[in-house]
Design a protein around this ligand. Structure first.
Ligand code: NAG
Ligand code: NAG
Ligand code: NAG
Ligand code: NAG
Ligand code: NAG
Length: 313
């Protein structure tokens, strides 16, 4: 465990046991409890460790574990589709312009496409999952190096280390054919730890008690998942196999977005997300627009060109 900020928040760092069927790697990035980690070295540098990044066309297979409404699914699908959408790319404050910062990491663009979706509304592995379970869900669909499995768990599913030190993870394992299979997981924290994993849409558990922001899609848990999905996807493509871009120990790396935790707009400080836009009638806070006019609040991402955390606004 390590204390990373002035508010004594414990971050990440439990080494997870791995197991079984294939050579599993422990999850690399954690989407951290964000209220916290505003400590930044100046300049912030994520070192490149000479490994593979995910570039070119990457297919994301979505695995819905547990109970999601169709509205909840559409918020998350719209977000993923917005990342590489051409339609909104002209505005500076679009989801695709946010994602385009990953192009500045060596190797050029990474275009994300939504692949197959699997609904597991019957909780096939129960309501308490460990890391091996996540990997076995990810390996249900055959895949190659250009496919990534994204597992989303509903509010009533407990996941190893969820809320204790992470709001989401990414990691990798090996398929039967020896291919490296990357996966990501995020969970709906609304019933378990919204103050840790749905901040700034929920009152934080620690630190300065600023009023929560209004969630742009009206769902605190799912709008929080968008932030955590943004965090793990950016970490995944820029450090998929623990030898890409990160700072700190490989077992508990600070990656593209986790290195910028807690920052959503200019002027952010612990407990304050920074300057963002507010939608007039609803009071909803956002900083990015995606497909179908959908609004999202996206975290800052480390920009290799400026060696700093880049905010959209
Ligand atoms: C797992 O790792 C061991 C030792 O590193 C290696 O000998 C073995 O071939 C690997 N298995 C697979 C399926 O990659
Ligand atoms: C990605 O897919 C598009 C559309 O299918 C195709 O035109 C393009 O050549 C592909 N890019 C790469 C790097 O494979
Ligand atoms: C989706 O699943 C079907 C059946 O398993 C498979 O044939 C198809 O290739 C998959 N699509 C993608 C994009 O992987
Ligand atoms: C889920 O469970 C219900 C009730 O037990 C059952 O009727 C249904 O067939 C199951 N669905 C799947 C996909 O297993
Ligand atoms: C994960 O949970 C499964 C039961 O779903 C259990 O069989 C397995 O031993 C657990 N793995 C670890 C590493 O704890």
């Amino acid at each position: 465990m390590a204390i990373l900020n002035p508010f004594c928040l414990l971050l990440f760092f439990l080494l997870l046991s791995t197991c079984c069927v294939s050579n599993l790697s422990k999850p690399t990035s954690r989407a951290p409890n964000r209220i916290l980690a505003l400590v930044q070295k100046q300049p912030l540098v994520l070192k490149y460790h000479k490994g593979t990044l995910l570039k070119g066309n990457i297919t994301l297979h979505l695995f819905w574990y547990g109970t999601f409404t169709s509205t909840q699914r559409s918020i998350l699908i719209d977000f993923v589709q917005s990342l590489s959408s051409a339609s909104s790319s002209h505005t500076p404050s679009s989801v695709s312009s946010w994602w385009r910062t990953t192009e500045s990491y060596r190797g050029g663009p990474c275009t994300l496409v939504v692949g197959n979706q699997t609904l597991d509304a019957n909780y096939s592995l129960g309501k308490s999952l460990n890391t091996s379970n996540l990997l076995s869900l990810a390996s249900k669909v055959n895949s190659d190096a250009h496919e990534v499995h994204v597992i989303m768990t509903s509010a009533d599913v407990a996941v190893e280390d969820f809320c204790m030190n992470q709001c989401g993870t990414h990691g990798w394992g090996k398929s039967k054919h020896g291919e490296r299979v990357a996966y990501a997981w995020v969970g709906n924290a609304i019933a378990q730890c919204p103050g840790q994993c749905a901040w700034p849409f929920h009152q934080p558990v620690y630190g300065p008690q600023t009023p929560p922001l209004v969630a742009p899609n009206g769902d605190v848990g799912v709008d929080g998942m968008v932030i955590n999905l943004a965090t793990v996807l950016a970490g995944l493509v820029t450090n998929p196999f623990e030898d890409g871009y990160y700072q700190g120990p490989p077992s508990a790396p600070l990656e593209a977005v986790s290195a910028c935790a807690g920052i959503f707009g200019k002027g952010a400080y612990p407990g304050y997300a920074g300057n963002v836009l507010v939608e007039k009638p609803t009071g909803a806070s956002y900083n990015a627009v995606g497909v179908r006019g959908r609004k999202f609040l996206l975290p800052a991402m480390w920009d290799p060109l400026s060696s700093s955390c880049k905010t959209l606004l």
